[in-house]
Structure formats: C-alpha cells, structure tokens
Design a protein around this ligand. Sequence first.
Ligand SMILES: [Zn+2]
Length: 647
Amino acid sequence: MSESTTPVPLDLPTGDGWATFVRDRVDQDLAQARELLDTLKDSTARSAEDTLELWNDADIRLRNAGSLAGVLAQVHPDEEVRTLAEDREQQVSRFATDRGLDRALYEVLAAVEPSGLDEQAARLLERTLRDFRRSGVDRSEDVRDRLRELAERATVVGQDFSRNIRDDVRSIRIAPERLAGLPQDFIDGHPVDADGLVTLTTDYPDVIPFRTFAQDAAARRDLFVEFQNRAWPQNDALLAELLDLRAEQATLLGFDSWPDFDAEVKMIGTGTAIAEFIERITTLADPAARRDFDVLLKRRQLDDPAATTLDSSNSAYYSELVRRENFDVDAQEVRRYFDFERVQTGLLDVTGRLFGVEYVPVPDAAAWHPDVTVYDVHAGDERLGRIYLDLHPREGKFKHAAQFDVATGIAGRQLPEGSLVCNLPRGLMEHSDVVTLFHEFGHLVHHVLGGDQRWARFSGVATEWDFVEAPSQMLEEWAWDPQILASFGLDADGTPIPAELVERMRAAKEFGKGYFARTQMFYAALSYQLHLHRPDDITATVRELQEKYDLFDYIDDTHFHASFGHLEGYTSAYYTYMWSLVIAKDMFSAFDPKDMFDPIVAHRYRDEVLARGGNADAADLVANFLGRPYSFEAFGHWLAEAPVRVS
Ligand SMILES: [Zn+2]
C-alpha cells in the first residue's frame, strides 16, 4: 500500500492548464482518500500497523488536496482558478469534517491495540483519537449533524471574511506635495494623474512607507483610516456569525468557551491561561512601554505643542522619527543597502549555511506566475524538498506575508513543498521587509526540514500552534547581525552596510519594544475576548480593549476587526506571537552572538527542533535543544533592558 520510489516534486501545469489540474488533482485525491477510508471500515482483521498505514495513506491524500487548493486560492493570478480552488477547499474541509464525525471509522481506530506500536505510531494513534473526540464523534447523531453544519458554515464564512480583506483595496488621492518625507523612488513610483493628484492604496508597499515617512499628519491619518476600515462594514456581520458558530461548536463539544476548546491542544492549555499570559506580559512590559512612549510624545509635541497623546496613525511615524533623531538611524539611509535581488540571494546563502542545505534553482519548473522562483533544497546528494518564492504583490493575491504548504513531506514517498507568499517591493526594501522575509522563510524551512516523517500528521510545521512562530522569530536575529547584513546589504556602488550603522539599528530596534508588546497584547486580548463573549457591538470592544492595553489611542470610526485577518486562522490565539517570542528569546540564548553559524548549535537546533516536525511536544523539543525546560527569563531580561543610545 505504500509507494517506495524516490520522491519527485509535483509537476505543476503551464499556461491555461491550471483549472483542469486543480480539479483533477483534488478530485482524485479526495476519491482515493474516500476509498482508503472505506477499506479501513470493511471489517477485515488488520494489524495495528496496517490500520495506521491505511489511515495515513488517506490522510496524505486529504492533505495534498487541501494544500493545493489552499495555496492556489490565495495566489493564482486567474480569478477563475482562485474561485475553483476555493470551492475545492470547501470540499476538502467538508471531507475532513465528515471524517472526524464518522463513528464507524472512529471505532476502527479506537479498537487498535497500541501495545505493540513504536513510540511514533502510538503517538499517532493517541493524537488521532483525540482529534476524533474533538470533532465530536462520540456525541449523539443530532449533535454530530449540527457540528457538521457549523463546520461547513464556518468554512464559507471564514473564506468570505478573508476574501473581503483581500479584495477591498482602498485608496486616497492627494496633492503630490503631501508626499513630503517619502523616499525619492517612492515619489517617482507615484506619478501625478490628469487631475494633478497622486493615488495611494492600502496595499503594503504604499501603506507601510507612507505610515512611516509621510510628514503630513492629516494625510497619514486619512490613509490609515482607510487601511483600518478595509472590509468594513461587510465583515462585521460575518465576524459576528463566525464567533457564534465557534461558540456553539465549543459548547456542543462540552467546553465552557471557544478559547478553552482551542487552547486544549496548544502549549498554553486553557483559555484562562491566555488571560493570565496577557496580564503577565502587560505588566512586564509596562515600565519599558511608558518610558519609550513618553519619548515619542515629547517628540510629537515639538510638531504640535498642544498634543497630549498619540493615536495609531502616529505610531510608525514617530517611532521612525525618534529612531532617526535619537539613535541616528535613518531608515532611508538603511534601505539604500537592501536591494530585493541581493537580499533574496543573501537569505538563501545565510539560511543554507546555517542549516547545512543548498538551494538549487530550477528555472524550468512551472509555477503559477512568472514572478515565482523555484528552488530545490538539497543536503549533500539528497533532495529534501522544493520551495516556491512568490514575493511581490499583484491583483487578487494574498495581501500579507505567509508560508503556504504545497505538499506535505512523507519520508521516501513525497517531498515537502512550500511557498513563501509575500508582498515585497521589487527594488529597494526597508530593513523591516528584510526581517519579514527571514521570518517567513523560517516557516518554509521548518516545513521542509520537518518533512521527513513517516506519518503525515507530524510532518512539517505540525507542532503546537503557539510554538509555530518561535523558529521564525528566532531566525529574525540573523537579519540583525552586522557581518551577516554586510554579506548581502550593499548599496548601488557595492559598498556593504557599515557595522556601526547596524549597531545603531540594533539599539534603535530596542526602542519601542515595550509599547510594541502592549499593542500586541491589545490584539491578543481582542482575539481572546471576542471569542469569550461575542459582543453585540464589536467596534465598541475594539475601542475598549485598545484603551486598556495599547498606549496608542483608538481612532474614531475605525473598525480594525473587519480586516484583522488572524481572526480567521488564529481565532482566539493571537497571543501565540508573544508566547512564541518568549520561547524564541530563550532558544536564541543557546547561540553565541559572535558565532551565529556555529554548526554544533545550529545543527542541534535543526535536528532537535525543526526536523522533528510534530513528532514530539514542543516543550520537549525545546528542552532537548536547550538541555533544560523553557523559561521566561531571557524574555524578561530583554524587555527590561533599556535601549543603549550610541549616537
Ligand atoms: Zn510567522
């Protein structure tokens, strides 16, 4: 039943073959998965191993179908293909729901005798039975029917919610002199129209530099308000429905709330622990937050002596201004060193060296758009997987930055394949874009290195969801090292970025970490609280929680929740980012900052954390790597340390 040939990457179609490809591929995978699951239920006596192998075979098909439909729904340039892929995504998730509620199937697996199984197989069995119980398989038929309806509806509503964010690109038109403060290449890229105005959109390549550099406070605020109002009002009702669907699901499964249900399978464990974590970080961050916020406010008062506070449209601008003036870091000076092509090459060199792999370009490989570059990941003679880099914005494409699975890696059977989907500019980049690229690449490398697993359930980024960000957050540290940055950060004349500039950037980066943590706790509290008690007026809750946790003020008549895309995928677990950061800081403490490529530490990290995928609990992986359990200590020290002014 298991194929044992040398695995080769997917053969993606070219030209207009995509619709047929998606349809055939997904339909075939689902049909095979169904057949395999039917075989499992045919009452034949099977060994425990054979039962799990059949289950795994079906699981591989289901994941393949889901990955392919999932990525193409977000990236394919042809709207028809995206729509088709979305439709197949719904079929896949319906299939997964039915599988989870299939009592006969559950009984087959529940009857498996675990005593003869090896550790990994026993773990698979235990996790699979837990998944079944969390689906509600042991509930009455009425309840199972209702759970099925809820899941189906939640998929559709979730897709609508995300699509509205993706499709609602807003813009403002302003007089060209209001671009004052922006880099010249940005100004050149925004020519004046027939009315003598320039258009700025809410897409990242416009909104991020504009928020950061535009001196005109009113224009900054206007674009920011448009940005915060994306997908509003249409997503207001969708979000309310989504929250109700989740609450009902959790109740039917015997949990007090959605956060309790969701947290059960995460490192954090319970909804209450999320609330405690948010309070713990809020308190821990408070001194640093107030200290640095006060500096921002004083700076703003030089522009506007009457100002008593700062709202969200001022956070990026004044943070940048203080970094420039007090730490002598000028982001425009910095960005001269980061040309997209060189950064991409540098990223591959750095991570290749760190993880002991090589990225071999596959220029002939088909992909969904000419912008996409394809590489095979090799370790010595062995091909480990394939990656697709889809890094620039285009119409109808996913608006944020993320890694998408293209195929799940199965040892000896199929290669892990994944795509990085970002919205980076084509020429010069901000250093923050460089950091984003390293971060997202961390997920991709985790997917590939963790993809040598027998069981699909544990392949790739299959670890607890609240650990998922830690490897990526740790990899960001490599985008802050002077020597590493100088290896690919060269200006137009080929001069590498000076080490003392990077030292100043590092000091400047430390500025604002406290108020940044407070803004993150606002998001975390919003994601948690909305799921705990769905309010009638969601906007009022946004305002209330921003006032409580964030140091920046809420702006009237904005509706951040409508475009808070994480509410779809992360649900009540936005705290994940900060939780992971606590662990990332702890893991990074094992590296010598003076020798960040030390192969002994790097390879231990690769083998003990990344390559394990989900085949052990994250807390154990981290303990194996560190030689002790994880702690808050490194994070607490980092947060408390004041930024050192070097200017
Ligand atoms: Zn991430």
